[in-house]
Design a protein around this ligand. Structure first.
Ligand code: C5P
Length: 206
């Protein structure tokens, strides 16, 4: 069973994907982390994330990087969004994601193009979304918890910019697969979003 969970930043897709993985006893891959690693490595190399060659060179990051806290920052998320527009970067990360999806027993992957590009044959495809206001508020609370002080307006602007870049890029734009089910979490708390997601996967399996 392959479960594809796509959606924009702070939509709740990571929470939903992790909970589905636990519920079904499947391994989980947060594919955003791979793009974050490339963005972070590119900056560390002194490269420009908008330059395809510099971004591609950073795809040779070492796996040890994937556990670093710095990958989770807003700044790294912005770098990830910039390197992820380059087709060569997406191609370089494709095999790893595809192999994860196809492992025996199945897997849960979350990202932007899992249901459309990485695993179009997925058993269940969820497109998790929420209003930009709801997502900005969640991100703001998360950042407060980490002691990062940013205004709600700055976070909202940043989310809009990232959404726009992810949606309008030529390669693998952020779009629900034709056969994906939409889960809007704007008015749902964590527990309600998770039970709704499980119900949708159960429906898709039937
Ligand atoms: O999900 P997360 O915020 O960690 O993703 C960071 C960035 O990586 C996204 O804004 C998006 O541009 C890119 N990404 C992508 N394809 C994926 C996962 C993430 O393009 N499958």
């Amino acid at each position: 069973m392959i479960i594809a969970v796509d959606g924009p930043t702070a939509s709740g897709k990571g929470t939903v994907a992790k909970a589905l993985a636990t519920h079904y006893g499947l391994p989980h891959l947060d594919t955003g982390l791979l793009y974050r690693a490339v963005g972070w490595q590119c900056a560390r190399n002194g490269g420009n994330p908008d330059d395809p060659a510099a971004a591609f060179a950073a795809t040779s990051f070492t796996d040890a990087l994937l556990v670093e806290d710095e990958l989770r920052s807003e700044a790294t998320g912005g770098l990830a969004s910039r390197v992820s527009v380059h087709p060569a970067v997406r191609q370089a990360l494709f095999d790893r994601q595809r192999a994860f999806a196809l492992q025996a027993g199945g897997a849960v992957l979350d990202g932007r193009d899992i249901g459309t590009v990485i695993a179009p044959e997925a058993t269940a495809k969820l497109f998790v979304t929420a209003s930009v206001e709801a997502r900005a508020e969640r991100r703001w609370k998360e950042m407060q918890g980490r002691g990062e002080d940013h205004s709600l307006a700055t976070i909202e602007d940043d989310l809009r910019r990232r959404d726009e870049r992810d949606r309008t890029r030529a390669e693998a734009p952020l779009l629900p697969a034709a056969d994906a089910v939409i889960l809007d979490t704007s008015a749902l708390d964590r527990a309600a979003a998770i039970s709704a997601a499980i119900a949708l996967v159960e429906q898709a399996r039937r």
